[in-house]
Write a protein that binds this ligand. Structure first.
Ligand code: PMP
Length: 456
């Protein structure tokens, strides 16, 4: 108990992150310290990342073919980064390759393009009902896509995965699944999914955008049944918002076919008759790379590793449970996830009865200085299902110009968030619950600043 109290009063991670003390204006003209509960969207940088990027800037130079001293330094850091990333997620040093990308979205688009050229008679990709658009749309125009079901609590159905693998027999090229949902926060058992996929002759891709920043990831040894074949993630969700990400997978998968993006750096030799592509991973890194982004990614991996991903997960879980238990006492709150029945990252999707999701976000921001997110979080079919709307309902809404779109409010935590910030959040939610009419009228009628119509 004592330990708990002491721990709650001093978050050891707070001082590692930029901007935690930023003062922002409220609607009444006063100022408050901003609270950021929108970490599932993006995270502020670590101070160590800013420092590493800044101290590298005098060394910034062209990579690979430059002979200048700074070019050699830049090239070495760029290339050495791949092993640091492999170590972080326990990828295979010899067989895997790390492609530097802009973000998880680009990683998945690259992967979809590459695998679409290597179907080997397998024309089906199994995605799921809980995916972000980034792990759904890139597959649609290249494969027959089917979606693994979620149950009444929004959890992925392993039974449905198995029955779809059986239904399509040996036609499934890939099972592509999020490691953790950006809506419910549910963590999927990617190793059980990998085992099932492999037993049915399919590979697995894990969208790690919400997994890699929050808990230890282990791609498991090559050739084992629970091995993760492909992994994607973004640095901006892991305290390094400098526009970089990664796609990891077997080197052999990247050797043949055309790259998604074609141009300089991806080529060994070109004539007007023929292109000799570079070896992977360079083949999929056309153009001059975002070296500062890579420096930031390597830096954040070093910081996260020194903090310990297990500790980070534990801390974020304690924030989650603290907030969740307190939110249960606020009148009129509906939750769309159930952390008591499924392992969950620090994400709480909710609504307050009688307050539109968009208004709730605006009220929290302008009245209390608390940033959350609302809408469908780019996981539209999942949110539609969680809210009980069918695809037809959504089509009808799109057709009706008077529609006010439904949605969800999402609070998501980062390592630097404090229990006292959650206290402020809960106190304010209670205030809104008790004075609902006042807040709703204030923000939906008089100002007209908030277009709540199409915000998904
Ligand atoms: N997958 C998931 C689960 C996500 O939460 C996100 C970002 N919200 C993405 C993919 C896409 O990431 P990015 O925007 O960095 O490409």
């Amino acid at each position: 108990m004592l330990n708990n109290i002491r721990y709650r009063n001093m978050n050891p991670y707070r001082n590692l992150v930029a901007g935690v003390d930023t003062r922002i204006p409220l609607d009444n003209g006063s100022y408050t310290t901003a609270i950021n509960f929108d970490n599932a969207a993006t995270t502020p940088p670590f101070l160590s990342v800013i420092k590493d990027v800044d101290s590298f800037i005098p060394w910034y130079s062209s990579i690979h073919r430059g002979k200048g001293y700074k070019s050699v330094v830049s090239t070495n850091l760029y290339e050495e980064g791949r092993q640091i990333i492999k170590d972080f997620v326990k990828a295979d040093s010899d067989n895997d390759t790390v492609v530097y990308t802009k973000n998880a979205t680009e990683s998945i688009n690259i992967l979809a393009y590459i695998l679409s050229q290597q179907k080997n008679g397998k024309d089906v990709v199994l995605s799921t009902w809980m995916e972000h658009a980034a792990n759904d749309l890139p597959w649609r125009d290249k494969f027959t896509v089917d979606y693994i079901e979620t149950d009444e609590f929004g959890r992925l159905s392993m039974d449905d995965l198995e029955s779809k693998l059986k239904k399509y027999k040996n036609r499934v090229r890939l099972v592509t699944v999020t490691g953790a949902s950006n809506v419910t926060g549910y963590i999927n058992d990617v190793y059980a999914i990998a085992s099932l996929a492999h037993r049915h002759g399919a590979e697995i891709h894990v969208d790690g955008a919400q997994l890699v920043p929050h808990l230890p990831v282990d791609m498991k040894p090559f050739g084992t049944v629970s091995h993760i074949d492909y992994l994607s993630f973004s640095a901006h969700k892991m305290y390094a918002p400098y526009g970089s990400g990664s796609l990891i997978g077997p080197k052999s998968s990247f050797e043949n076919g055309l790259p998604y993006c074609q141009g300089g750096s991806a080529i060994a030799l070109v004539t007007h008759n023929k292109i000799w592509w570079e070896e992977p991973p360079h083949k999929d890194e056309a153009s001059t790379p975002n070296l500062l982004g890579i420096i930031a990614l390597i830096s954040t991996i070093k910081t996260l590793t020194s903090l310990g991903m297990d500790n980070i997960f534990r801390h974020e879980k304690s924030l989650l449970y603290y907030a969740y238990e307190k939110m249960k006492t606020v009148p009129g709150i509906t939750f769309y996830s159930h952390p008591e029945i499924q392992e969950t990252i620090g994400v709480i999707p909710f609504n307050m009865e009688g307050v539109h999701h968009s208004l709730m976000s605006a009220i929290l921001s302008y009245e209390a200085g608390i940033a959350v997110r609302n809408g469908f979080f780019c996981a539209h079919p999942y949110c539609e299902r969680l809210l009980g709307y069918s695809a037809q309902d959504m089509e009808d809404m799109m057709r009706d110009p008077k529609s006010i779109f439904p949605g969800i409010v999402r609070a998501s935590f980062g390592i630097y968030n404090e229990f006292s910030e959650i206290d402020r959040f809960i106190a304010f939610l209670n205030q809104v619950a008790l004075n609902k009419k006042y807040y709703v009228d204030k923000y939906s009628n008089s100002r007209g600043r908030y277009n709540i119509k199409n915000e998904v």
